[in-house]
Ligand binder design. Structure first.
Ligand SMILES: Cc1cc2nc3c(=O)[nH]c(=O)nc-3n(C[C@H](O)[C@H](O)[C@H](O)COP(=O)(O)O)c2cc1C
Length: 340
């Protein structure tokens, strides 16, 4: 079995190690018009310098009204491409591969005048009442995802992640709690996600793997369980997903009973086992031994460390040193380790 520090190859994607920075919105730092700014540039470049094998840029929306707040990133216009390209190229220059998470917040879009969703069901009393997308609008939405995928490719990303988790629009369509539609997208709750996967595959090079982030279980009363999400994931795999990034929840205000170290790791293991597909484990994986064991024991192929990398941009480098590997940082920083 490989270790956390071993390289990873899938199709044309080659990662120098199995350490992933997962998508994390920086929306409080006021991106304007969906464009990343100097904060985002520094934020992502620092984690590339810190040695992460793969950096997945934060939730980036296909429509202005698909943003959680107006400070989110977006790729609904060609004008947004250069600001992303600058960051992608900078991270790649330090040896990281770069992905981007493409999304729509649906009923969780807080600044949209009237948010849209699969059905007109409010997230909570604190959120706006959404309206149900018409069947034609759902088809148009698939087109918006396709255009955003093309723009991400123009920005030079190595991989694309579709956000089908955390109670956002794709998740809203796939959950029986939020999809009460009577058209084809209600008869088959996976259809919207499947069409988005197919749209990605239409525009992506064959050699580029496609990642999908899913919530493997819901925590709300009556929410779906793991056998349900495994069936969903099979449909997405058939449509062209190569890697699942396994998270949970977000459909309501309840979370897991306990969110301790590795709290979602078994979900990644189950999906990997059921579908025989690579997975990324995420969720309190910052304990270096736990991360390494997850890969060594074949529970996941890659490990994402979110808050741990927010606290310490050089987490990957620290993990490498702790596991007996080489410094992952460029020479001027690596020199700091030779004086021990
Ligand atoms: C500040 C912050 C922003 C986040 N933004 C996103 C996001 O844009 N997309 C997403 O799928 N998850 C997002 N997440 C969830 C993380 O990707 C990750 O799944 C979660 O923090 C659990 O991993 P951790 O315990 O290593 O932090 C965010 C988390 C944090 C802390």
């Amino acid at each position: 079995m490989p270790t956390l520090l071993d390289s990873f190859q899938l199709k044309g994607l080659q990662l120098k190690n199995r350490i992933v920075m997962p998508p994390m919105c920086q929306y409080s730092v006021m991106a304007k018009d969906g464009k990343p700014n100097d904060w985002h540039y520094t934020h992502y470049t620092s984690r590339a310098v810190g040695g992460a094998g793969l950096i997945i840029m934060e939730m980036t929306d296909v429509d202005p009204d698909g943003r959680i707040t107006d400070y989110d990133l977006g790729l609904w216009s060609d004008e947004q491409i250069p600001a992303f390209k600058r960051i992608v190229e900078s991270c790649q220059a330090y040896g990281a591969k770069v992905g981007i998470q493409i999304a729509h917040a649906g009923r969780k879009a807080e600044d949209a005048e009237v948010p849209v969703s699969s059905s007109a069901i409010q997230f909570s009393e604190d959120y706006k009442q959404p309206r149900e997308l018409t069947t034609d609008e759902v088809k148009e939405m698939v087109g918006k995802f396709e255009s955003a995928f093309k723009r991400a490719l123009e920005a030079g990303v190595d991989v694309i992640e579709i956000h089908a988790a955390h109670g956002y629009l794709i998740h809203q369509f796939q959950s029986p709690l939020t999809n009460k539609r009577e058209d084809v997208y209600g008869q088959d709750r996976s259809l919207f996600g499947v069409e988005i996967v197919k749209a990605a595959r239409r525009v992506m090079p064959e050699s580029m793997p496609l990642i999908m982030r899913i919530s493997a279980v819901e925590y709300a009363d009556g929410g779906y369980d793991l056998p349900y999400s495994i069936e969903l994931a099979k449909r997405f795999q058939e449509a062209g997903v190569d890697i699942f990034h396994v998270s949970s929840g977000g459909e309501g205000t309840k979370g897991p009973a306990s969110a301790g170290p590795g709290y979602q790791l078994d979900l990644a293991k189950e999906i990997k086992g059921a579908l025989n597909i690579p997975t990324i484990a995420v969720g309190r994986m910052e304990d270096i031994q736990l991360s390494d064991e997850a890969v060594r024991e074949g529970k996941a192929d890659l490990v994402a460390v979110g808050r741990g990398m927010l606290r310490n941009p050089y987490w990957a480098n620290e993990a490498s040193i702790a596991l007996g590997g080489k410094p992952l940082t460029p020479k001027p920083v690596a020199a700091a380790y030779s004086i021990r």
